[in-house]
Ligand binder design. Structure first.
Ligand code: BTN
Length: 264
């Protein structure tokens, strides 16, 4: 005689209905098994007249886009999506979107798993010292007015252990299957938190959260400006998400760019 035990599992493959089941924000969702890039698809949809906010999800990307023109490895098994926020933004608010997106990813991961993740300024999400997630925020402008008409937030989270060999030293993954966590729920929670964190009344809380999860505060870094390497230490995050550094005894705020931790 056999006893069959059915274990309830939250682990589902990514699907449009799966995400809609958890999503509180009333936005449209496009789902693709394979795409060049969800950020590129967002551009296509904007060009064809998209007027509302939109969530675009792909199970795999063949031309995943990273920051500074880099590529982003996007094999099957990861989580890749872009959120189009289709409304006018002041430059100041558009910049804050990046900070809010990082906090949203960390909040969602903390709520659904026991992974302890941190934020490397500006917006890499770090697990055990290695990159777990990359975020690419792109502002869209009206060429005639120069005004920002929308922002595309692209998020790629590594949830597959098949990390390309050349990235093994710097990248890591989250095993959602082992934690019995649904990727659909993770995506939906991140989207809902992005809306919550972008609310102006939440800004101060968002910055406090960002600071408390910083991977760089108190650490020494270097960065490049006009091809010159600058050494500094990270002392604070300002109210806009800028990084306050101490360089040669003087305070300075970096508002964009890339920093690297100094290992001595
Ligand atoms: C970075 O770390 O440089 C940013 C990587 C952003 C990757 C995501 S994956 C979903 C979206 N589509 C893309 O082509 N890029 C972003």
């Amino acid at each position: 005689m056999f006893t069959v035990i059915i274990l309830k599992t939250n682990y589902e493959t990514i699907s449009k209905d799966g995400v809609l089941k958890y999503l509180k924000q009333p936005i449209e969702v496009s789902f693709f098994n394979e795409l060049d890039s969800t950020n590129i698809e967002a551009d296509r949809q904007i060009l064809s007249g998209l007027k509302a906010d939109k969530l675009i999800i792909a199970k795999k990307q063949t031309a995943g886009r990273g920051r500074f023109g880099r590529s982003f490895s996007s094999e099957n098994g990861g989580v890749y999506f872009s959120l189009v926020l289709n409304k006018p933004f002041e430059v100041f608010d558009a910049v804050f979107v990046t900070t809010a997106a990082s906090c949203a990813v960390v909040k969602a991961i903390e709520e659904l798993t026991d992974y302890k993740v941190q934020i490397k300024w500006v917006n890499d999400i770090i697990l055990n010292g290695k990159k777990l997630c990359g975020i690419l925020c792109e502002g869209k402008t009206d060429p005639s007015s120069g005004k920002i008409t929308g922002v595309v937030i692209g998020i790629g989270i590594n949830t597959s252990q098949n990390i390309p060999k050349e990235l093994c030293d710097i990248a890591t993954f989250m095993d959602l299957k082992a934690k019995n966590v649904s990727k659909n729920q993770l995506i939906a929670k991140i989207i809902d938190y992005i809306y919550e964190m972008n609310d102006k009344t939440e800004r101060a809380n968002c910055i406090d959260f960002y600071k408390s999860h910083s991977f760089v505060l108190g650490k020494e870094i270097y960065y490049f400006e006009n091809n010159i390497r600058h050494f500094a230490s990270c002392i604070d995050i300002d109210e806009n998400g800028g990084l306050i550094i101490l360089e040669n005894g003087k305070k300075k705020t970096l508002s964009s760019g890339e920093i690297t931790l100094r290992v001595r």
